[in-house]
Design a protein around this ligand. Structure first.
Ligand code: CP
Length: 303
């Protein structure tokens, strides 16, 4: 695996071999984090967050600090020169003068691609609008691979906002490359998976009812209906509680089902699910930090 100097904008930017190489490296870091405590010493990560984040920004920062590197950045675009009208291209040219690698979240689809075109340092997409979120996908797949010891042959339910959900789009594009993966897409009509993402899947069905779909699933990926992606508040209010997973619904699910969620959750998973051994959404976050450690080390040529 040689990823030195590359950008990560979309899930297709990594081959399957490179993705599996990152998972193997992340597993080594999990097993012996002390062996990696200095591999990025002297390197600087810039975090450019034009949209709110808890997990992605802080897990990238934690990842770089745990690799011995350091971090600069902003989490509020109004405190950067974007507030004075600076273009994204000029901002990323400036950041490249100071940092060795950058991670960026932006509300507009395609913003990460534009930034990468103007970046002399590796740029990682931490979410561009309702498009892609490739490092959440690395997190999700590593969590499943670690627990189930495979990614092939699984039946995966994706539930909620499948239209604007960038974590869903990225996950489908990457997961569909594994053998025998079957997708069950559970959403209201208005929030179905876009055509360009459907085109990536070999085997999928679309259903409206979560309870009907549950018994056949190996993985259930719940998502939030995202208020910030709606143009119309009335539509958001009508759709926001379309699906609520609770302990009663899980009675008909497999005993080894994995319930994932990129978080944050609002109402879509009741808190009575949190103590169920099938609930992986809190454990999932830690895998995000480890796989981001692997990614930073690889893009900086330190792994
Ligand atoms: N999963 C995820 O992207 O979470 P944050 O919005 O908190 O970064």
């Amino acid at each position: 695996m040689n990823l030195q100097g590359k950008h990560l904008i979309a899930p297709h930017d990594l081959t399957m071999a490179e993705t599996d190489g990152l998972f193997a490296l992340a597993e080594k870091i999990i097993a012996a984090p002390e062996d990696y405590a200095d591999v990025c010493r002297g390197k600087l990560l810039a975090t450019l967050f034009y949209e709110p984040s808890t997990r992605t920004r802080l897990s990238f920062e934690a990842a770089m600090l745990r690799l011995g590197g350091r971090v600069i950045g902003f989490s509020e675009p109004q405190s950067s020169s974007a507030a004075k009208g600076e273009s994204l291209a000029d901002t990323i040219r400036s950041i490249a003068c100071y940092a060795d690698i950058a991670v960026m979240r932006h509300p507009k689809e395609g913003a990460a691609f534009v930034a990468a075109q103007n970046s002399e340092i590796p740029l990682i997409n931490a979410g561009d609008g309702g498009h892609f979120h490739p490092t959440q996908t690395l997190t999700d797949l590593l969590t499943i691979r670690h627990e189930k010891r495979r990614l092939d042959g699984l039946t995966v339910g994706l539930c909620g906002d499948l239209k604007f959900g960038r974590t869903v789009h990225s996950l489908i594009c990457a997961f569909a490359r594994y053998t025998g993966v079957k997708f069950v897409l559970i959403s209201p009509d208005e929030l179905r998976v876009p055509e360009y993402v459907c085109a990536e899947m070999h085997d999928y069905s679309e259903v409206r009812d979560l309870a009907d779909a549950l018994p056949e699933l190996d993985v259930l990926y719940m998502t939030r209906v995202q208020r910030e992606r709606f143009f119309n508040e009335e539509d958001y209010i009508r759709l926001k509680d379309s699906y609520i997973l609770d302990a009663a619904k899980l009675k008909n699910a497999k005993s080894d089902l994995m319930i994932l969620h990129p978080l944050p959750r609002v109402n879509e998973i009741a808190t009575d699910v949190d103590d169920d051994p099938r609930a992986f959404y809190f454990r999932q976050m830690k895998f995000g930090m480890y796989v981001r450690m692997a990614l930073l080390a690889a893009l900086l040529g330190k792994a």
